[in-house]
Design a protein around this ligand. Structure first.
Ligand SMILES: [Zn+2]
Length: 131
């Protein structure tokens, strides 16, 4: 799917403010649209904001310590999509990430069929490429 069209399918982040926290109330739905485990996406938010987050499984919500505006959280999600969802070659949504037996990080695109070394250097890769 073309990246603009893909982004339109992702629900806008819905937030609720609490004392010392902000809660993303539709977090599980967003993760499922991205075909990601919410726990893993939660770790990315924690990594990107540098703050503690906790995924509340039974509610499908993410709690983040501190105050963040919807726009700031959308930017984090955008960062994740750019790194791990869109193909670096054709920029369509549809890559699969995997590790080769020698430990190298690779991606495979279902749209343009490219199979190549994952090009984005990011400290979060060690978590993202873990099964
Ligand atoms: Zn591609």
């Amino acid at each position: 799917m073309e990246s603009g069209q893909f982004r339109k399918q992702i629900p806008k982040i819905a937030i609720k403010e609490e004392l010392n926290h902000v809660i993303i109330t539709n977090f599980k739905r967003i993760a499922s649209k991205l075909k990601q485990k919410p726990q893993k996406l939660a770790k990315f938010f924690s990594f990107d904001v540098g703050r503690e987050t906790s995924y509340i499984g039974h509610l499908g919500m993410l709690r983040i310590r501190g105050f963040y505006m919807g726009d700031e959280l959308e930017a984090i999600l955008e960062h994740f999509i750019n790194l791990y969802i869109l193909c670096p070659e054709c920029s369509f949504a549809g890559i699969e990430l995997y590790k080769k037996s020698n430990g190298e990080s690779f991606y495979n695109c279902r749209i343009c069929n490219v199979e190549a070394a994952f090009p984005h250097e990011n400290r979060f890769n060690s978590i993202m490429f873990r099964a």
